[in-house]
Design a protein around this ligand. Structure first.
Ligand code: AQP
Length: 336
């Protein structure tokens, strides 16, 4: 009976790059929701290190960051007994699916991806083919697991649309092969902005270190970053068009305290921005404190982490292998 219930559960897939420290944007836009979905869905989460090398990485640092990102998602609440948590390069099917699906993706489609344009502008001396075909690898990540829902931040919406188009195209040509996935975007927090330029998303690669809060920042750093957050000259805590800085701070505060915008406006009416920024900083620091403690415990037990990611890769590979076999058969590859 339990097995049947398990089979009926919808499948969730999502990933995070170990391309830097995990940010508050990554956490509120994605990882926090991953943990909440574990009870209701069959969840599969990956540290997508193959995506990370589209931008030049130091090898030793990438290895270390991959382990850290894995420990951090567990510290945030991903339970490796309930969900499958694995490292992308450990499951070879991802590289193979990437090639097969690249042949079902149009050059023109990839040329329209805004992330490719942004990252090419940021890395003009390394506009590699992997950066261009990144969304194909991502489509494979999702489609290999017959994923129903993909919890991501709004910045990934365009890539997700492409994954859907590729699935529909492949299914149209070869008959039903892939589940066509839907996006799952949080109601609040789908786009956390930089604290220094609230018109831009909070990003690991922000050149201004004060614009971005990292999950593992010590409390005093968090408080300082929020204290220097860019706002406006109105001095009224209210969620309104044009108040990007305050809207962003209210969004963050709402995510970590559960308060509605209305409640926040009431609580801070008549108070200055200084009080509000200090309150947001404190609420974020308090929210992240237990994650930081759990992360330190996990990083002190490398053998446990290793056993988790090995088991995760085995489970993921079984599912991905089944899908890839189906794909190869439909394409017309002669079986071994
Ligand atoms: N600012 C954000 N607000 C909400 N969600 C966000 N995500 C990223 N930034 C925000 C979501 O986090 C998940 C993992 O993202 P990723 O590992 O692909 O990283 P990224 O989007 O490349 O993150 P960065 O910080 O912007 O890195 P760089 O600077 O290297 O480009 C995804 O679900 C994403 O939507």
């Amino acid at each position: 009976m339990e097995n049947q219930a398990q089979e009926r559960k919808k499948i969730i897939f999502s990933g995070i790059q170990p391309s830097g420290q995990i940010t508050l944007g990554n956490y509120l836009g994605a990882v926090r929701n991953w943990t909440q979905l574990q009870e209701e869905y069959r969840c599969i989460y990956s540290i997508v290190n193959m995506h990370a090398i589209t931008v030049r990485q130091d090898p030793a640092q990438l290895r270390q960051r991959t382990l850290e990102a894995y420990a951090l998602i567990l510290a945030c609440g991903i339970d490796p007994e309930k969900s499958i948590a694995f490292i992308q390069s450990h499951v070879k099917e991802h590289a193979e699916a990437n090639w097969a699906l690249a042949c079902y993706t149009q050059f023109g489609e990839l040329s329209r991806m805004t992330q490719f344009k942004d990252k090419s502008a940021k890395n003009p001396d390394n506009i590699n083919a992997g950066l261009f075909t990144y969304p194909v690898l991502m489509a494979g990540d999702i489609l290999l697991y017959q994923t129903d829902l993909v919890p991501v931040g709004l910045d990934q919406k365009q890539h997700l649309e492409l994954a859907r188009d590729v699935a529909i195209r492949f299914n149209g040509q070869h008959g039903n092969t892939f589940v066509v996935p839907d996006g799952y975007f949080p109601k609040v927090g789908a786009k956390i902005a930089s604290l220094q330029d609230p018109t831009k998303k909070m990003s690991k690669s922000d050149p201004n270190p004060r614009g971005c809060v990292y999950i593992l920042d010590p409390p005093e750093t968090i408080l300082k970053k929020f204290k220097s957050a860019v706002t406006d000259s109105e001095a009224q805590v209210a969620y309104r068009e044009g108040k990007d800085g305050i809207n962003n701070l209210m969004t963050i505060y709402s995510c970590v305290t559960g308060e509605t915008f209305e409640q926040i406006e009431k609580d801070f009416s008549g108070k200055g921005y200084g009080d509000f920024k200090a309150a947001v900083g404190q609420a974020v620091a308090d929210h992240l404190a237990p994650i930081r403690d759990q992360y330190a415990r996990l990083m002190a037990d490398k053998a446990y982490l290793e056993s988790c990611y090995r088991a995760g890769a085995q489970k993921a590979s079984r599912i991905a292998g089944r899908t890839l076999e189906k794909v190869y058969k439909k394409i017309g590859f002669l079986p071994q």
